[in-house]
Design a binder for this molecule. Structure first.
Ligand code: FAD
Ligand code: LAC
Ligand code: ZN
Length: 465
């Protein structure tokens, strides 16, 4: 049976782009965190939209599930096979990495059309010399693809100023689960002609269609970027600093928090010097981007907010040139990989209203200690988005689901969500009901069955079985 499907995929893309050897497949079968994955029947790498459509048709005809995969940097297990289930569940991983076209910039519109398999870094590098940038930025930029970022509605470190992927995507091309190709890439600012299919694909996590191309809004590249790392004695002071600087500095684009334990882990993992003296319990990293002297403006806003009389601020370092800005960002950007090296951690990405952040941060350690004694909690995230990443190292085996439940429940109880930016994937599907009503989940299923009637796209992802 397997060979018949694999044979038809070979007919579509050629033998060089159907990977069946276990040692070649493995990089597509295991997720970035190491917590999810399983054997695939084969990995197929179509090189065009027509080939994606033919792959979907072949799998549909044989009722074989497809797992769309971009850069495989996702953190909720949505882009890899379910495993370790019964052998021969037989999913096909459809890698979009060969969908690599980057059209010329439309400077008048401030837009660009790109293939879904283009990485964020490749697009950043293409745009920079032309005076543009993507608007969204993530630490996983070298691997994450624009298709995957749209499929997860990725956020990252500039949401404060530039929004999430949802605001970037003004058109899409995709092969739906029906096998139909829908193309709407004109990117018109005004276009009141029916349902927003591109918008529906954003955040759909590969369950409705395989995105093959995107029309994206891009931004003029700012002349200057600056960063400040502020060390504080507590979360309240870190939050107050971020809020105060945001109020005073229109060019603020990033406001990130990292707890002291995580900064220490990053330092130990990467052999970095302490950014400031002492042992702060929370750091806040602020980023500004604009036409003026951003370092000076950031320092001034910081002085006005967190001067000598401010409570809880220990020290601050401001950087205005590229290498020093990058050096400060390492203490934040490298948190995920440092935790992975020490883990794998239990990862819980939550969002709560900014006004409830302090209550969440105060309550979460006890909640974790109660149900996962001995686990070490690391928290960092995008503070002014109300989006925190809780990472738990050393959760006793078998205790994972319980601790997920408690932390997610805490966020929901404070008016928040169980997924801020990474999606639901396989990791959180059993918790979806905490934030989505039965009527909403019914509507999700109705959309799913209209666009993927055979249920072959990413079964078991996002929607509980
Ligand atoms: P994959 O991991 O390949 O897939 C993710 C999901 O999208 C899966 O459900 C998959 O089926 C689906 N998918 C992928 N491509 C397509 C397509 N073309 N069509 C349809 N469905 C598709 N995320 C953030 O939001 N903000 C961050 O700040 C951030 N930082 C990160 C830092 C690190 C170090 C790492 C490892 C990850 C980080 N992530 C972050 C998570 C991850 O990078 C994002 O979720 C990213 O959007 C995934 O892109 P990808 O191409 O790797 O997708
Ligand atoms: C980050 C990822 C984990 O913010 O979302 O680094
Ligand atoms: Zn994040």
């Amino acid at each position: 049976v397997a060979d018949a499907v694999v044979g038809s995929l070979v007919d579509v893309v050629g033998p060089g782009h159907v990977l069946t050897d276990a040692d070649v497949r493995v990089g597509y079968e295991q997720d970035w965190t190491g917590a999810f994955g399983g054997p695939a029947r084969a990995v197929v790498r179509p090189g065009s939209t027509a080939e994606v459509a033919a792959v979907v048709d072949a799998c549909r005809a044989a009722s074989v599930p497809i797992i769309p995969q971009g850069g495989n940097t996702g953190l909720v297990g949505g882009g890899v096979p379910e495993g370790p289930g019964p052998p021969g569940r037989g999913e096909i991983v459809l890698s979009t990495r060969r969908l690599q076209t980057i059209d010329p910039v439309d400077a008048a519109a401030g837009q660009i059309t790109v293939g879904a398999g283009v990485t964020l870094l490749a697009l950043q590098e293409r745009l920079a010399p032309l005076g543009f940038e993507v608007g969204v930025d993530l630490a996983s930029r070298s691997g994450a693809t624009l298709g995957g970022m749209a499929a997860t509605n990725a956020g990252g470190t500039r949401v404060l100023r530039h929004g999430t992927m949802r605001g970037r995507v003004v058109g899409a091309e995709a092969v739906l689960g029906t096998g139909a190709t829908v193309t709407h890439l004109r990117g018109l600012t005004k276009d009141t002609t029916g349902y927003d299919l591109a918008g529906l694909l954003v955040g759909s996590e590969g369950t409705l269609g395989v995105i093959t191309a995107l029309r994206l809004v891009i931004d003029p590249r700012p002349a200057q970027r600056a960063a400040a790392l502020v060390a504080t004695t507590g979360f309240d002071a870190a939050l107050a600093t971020a809020v105060g600087v945001h109020r005073r500095l229109p060019t603020l684009e990033a406001a990130e928090v990292v707890d002291g334990a995580t900064v220490e882990l990053v330092m130990a993992t990467l052999d970095l010097p302490p950014p400031v003296a002492g042992h702060p319990t929370w750091y806040v990293l602020l980023g500004a981007a604009g036409p003026g002297d951003e370092a000076e403006d950031l320092a001034r806003a910081l002085d006005a907010t967190a001067g000598p009389s401010a409570v809880g601020v220990i020290d601050a370092v401001v950087a205005g040139d590229g290498p020093r800005v990058d050096a400060l960002w390492r203490y934040r950007d490298r948190a995920t990989e440092s935790l992975a090296a020490a883990g794998p951690p239990r990862k819980l990405d939550v969002s709560v209203p900014v006004s409830a952040l302090a209550a969440f941060v105060a309550a979460v350690p006890d909640a974790v200690a109660r149900c996962a004694p001995g686990a070490v909690l690391h928290v960092f995230g995008h503070v002014l988005d109300g989006n925190l990443h809780c990472n738990l190292l050393g959760v006793p085996s078998g205790g994972g689901h319980r601790v997920d439940d408690v932390v997610l429940d805490l966020a929901v109880g404070l008016g928040g969500s169980i997924g801020g930016e990474h999606g639901i994937g396989r990791a959180k599907r059993s918790f979806l009901h905490l934030v989505r009503s039965p009527a909403e989940i019914d509507a999700f299923r109705a959309v799913k069955s209209a666009l993927d009637p055979a249920g072959i796209l990413n079964p078991g992802v996002l929607l509980p079985a």
